[in-house]
Design a protein around this ligand. Structure first.
Ligand code: HEC
Ligand code: HEC
Ligand code: HEC
Ligand code: HEC
Ligand code: HEC
Ligand code: HEC
Length: 325
């Protein structure tokens, strides 16, 4: 045998002998006592402090969040599923706030065969249009519920008191002016809600506030039913400034709440189709600036540029107001 091969074999044998005698020093006593399973480690593991606390732990310091969470439909989703284990918090620092909610929320909500239907599921692409989920949903109480508004008015009585509105909103609810809104065919529940908001002062406008303050509850109901009953078909407004094709792309982000063409998705929320373009622009800018407040609209409007707003107005103002449903 050549000398260098002999040395190599001796080296390998030497290492094997060392490894054989080193094993007991490097393994835990309980190793292999019961086959592969380390029975002795059970009390050892049980003695560890759990890294996950419970929602009860958070309650003492984050009472407000806890209250929102426990009243909403996510109370079965523990805080630490989204915020990570809380051991050592707050002594060792803040817990992370999830940034990419499109990724986090779809872990549980993306439509999937075999996922139990009790867990609500969405087609992500068509549902959120690539936006973060928390633009529209509060992660601690995700249900978006349109405030239920009962509409019990009488159209004939509404017609009688609508004369004062005609100067600005048109005799038949179609405004003569590009920046004043049409009311004809608008959802009655929305009209009642927004008139009540003008009356109570949560929404303000130089023209509308004093008018609404003089209306009684019954007047509001009657006017809402009357204007909702009118035909929304109107002569097209003057050519809007924006580009409707670009607006159509952006409008996908609005479909969940206003319908694909703005013809309405929820009776408590406004239709946008065939609305006056100047009014749409003003309303969107007011939401963006925080002058008009709505938790759902402010998130959506925040990211819109002036050009986006003009394009959206061009798109919605030229759509047919007839509901497709
Ligand atoms: C002993 C009080 C205490 C408990 C219990 C506690 N927190 Fe906190 N938490 C704090 C403090 C203090 C801060 C830092 C607030 C700051 O600096 O704005 C904080 C910050 C956070 C933040 C980051 C907020 C931010 O603005 O960056 C998150 C998220 C959070 N806590 C989640 C939790 C969760 C989830 C639990 C329960 C598992 C929990 N906390 C339990 C006191 C507590
Ligand atoms: C479904 C996931 C989810 C669950 C469950 C959840 N959170 Fe959050 N939490 C978020 C997201 C996303 C944000 C950031 C968005 C926001 O501020 O609304 C956040 C924000 C926070 C913040 C920081 C808000 C700020 O900006 O100052 C605190 C504190 C917090 N959560 C505490 C809790 C507590 C306490 C619980 C349990 C009672 C809980 N969260 C349950 C997802 C979740
Ligand atoms: C760990 C899984 C999990 C994660 C992560 C999660 N959810 Fe949920 N979510 C659920 C379950 C389970 C329900 C159903 C709860 C029930 O009905 O009792 C639910 C309910 C909902 C609902 C329906 C509410 C209703 O009552 O109609 C919405 C909307 C929702 N989640 C949005 C979100 C959003 C947005 C996020 C991300 C911030 C998120 N979820 C993250 C498990 C999760
Ligand atoms: C543009 C606004 C918007 C965005 C962004 C959005 N949602 Fe929604 N989501 C809605 C509306 C509106 C509803 C219907 C609410 C209702 O009827 O109560 C809804 C309903 C849901 C439901 C309940 C579905 C059911 O069948 O009950 C789930 C789950 C949900 N969303 C998850 C998500 C997740 C996850 C994301 C992020 C990937 C997301 N949403 C982003 C507006 C939005
Ligand atoms: C002096 C002109 C004027 C008169 C008269 C007037 N309005 Fe208005 N109305 C406006 C203007 C301007 C707005 C848009 C306000 C804004 O930009 O927020 C508006 C907005 C509204 C809105 C909200 C529309 C939407 O889509 O959000 C309703 C509903 C409404 N008016 C109902 C009425 C009723 C009912 C009357 C009669 C009792 C009336 N208005 C009389 C000028 C008027
Ligand atoms: C999560 C639901 C939601 C989404 C998404 C949403 N909206 Fe809205 N929008 C609302 C609600 C609710 C109101 C009524 C607000 C109020 O009562 O003041 C509203 C009001 C409006 C108004 C005022 C209408 C009027 O008659 O006064 C305009 C304009 C508007 N939205 C445009 C948009 C556009 C454009 C998008 C998409 C870029 C969009 N919205 C996305 C819920 C939504």
């Amino acid at each position: 045998m050549p000398k260098h091969i002999f040395r190599l074999v001796v080296l390998i044998l030497g290492l094997l002998v060392v490894a054989y005698f080193a094993v007991p020093f490097l393994t835990v006593d309980s190793f292999y006592r019961f086959g592969h399973y380390r029975a002795n480690s059970v009390p050892e593991i049980a003695a560890k402090v759990p890294v996950y606390q419970t929602a009860k732990y958070c309650k003492s310091c984050h009472a407000e969040r806890h209250a929102v969470w426990s009243a909403g439909s996510h109370k079965s989703v523990n805080c630490e599923i989204c915020h990570g284990p809380a051991l050592g918090h707050p002594q060792n620092g803040k817990l992370p706030i999830p940034k990419d909610t499109a990724k986090l929320c779809t872990l549980c909500h993306e439509k999937m065969t075999g996922r139990p239907l009790t867990q609500p599921q969405i087609e992500v692409a068509s549902h959120s249009g690539g936006q973060q989920c928390i633009v529209c949903h509060n992660p601690h109480s995700p249900k978006i519920s349109a405030a239920a508004v009962k509409v019990t008015g009488n159209a004939a009585a509404g017609k009688a008191s609508a004369a004062v509105c005609a100067g600005c909103h048109g005799a038949l609810g179609v405004s003569p002016n590009d920046t004043w809104p049409n009311l004809a065919g608008q959802n009655a529940a929305y009209l009642a809600r927004i008139l009540t908001a003008f009356k109570s002062g949560t929404q303000k406008d130089v023209a509308m506030t004093p008018l609404a303050q003089s209306l009684g509850e019954a007047d509001i109901q009657n006017l809402a039913v009357y204007f909702a009953s009118l035909s929304c078909n109107a002569a097209p407004s003057q050519k809007p400034a924006g580009n409707a094709a670009d607006g159509k792309e952006l409008a996908k982000n609005c479909a969940a709440c206003h319908g694909e063409t703005g013809a309405g998705a929820n009776p408590a929320w406004p239709k946008l189709a065939a609305q006056k373009p100047g009014y749409l622009v003003n309303a969107l800018k007011a939401f963006r600036a925080g002058l008009r407040k709505d938790p759902m609209m402010s998130g959506t409007a925040k990211s819109l540029s002036d050009a986006d707003i003009a394009n959206l107005a061009a798109y919605f103002s030229t759509q047919s107001c007839q509901s497709t449903k």
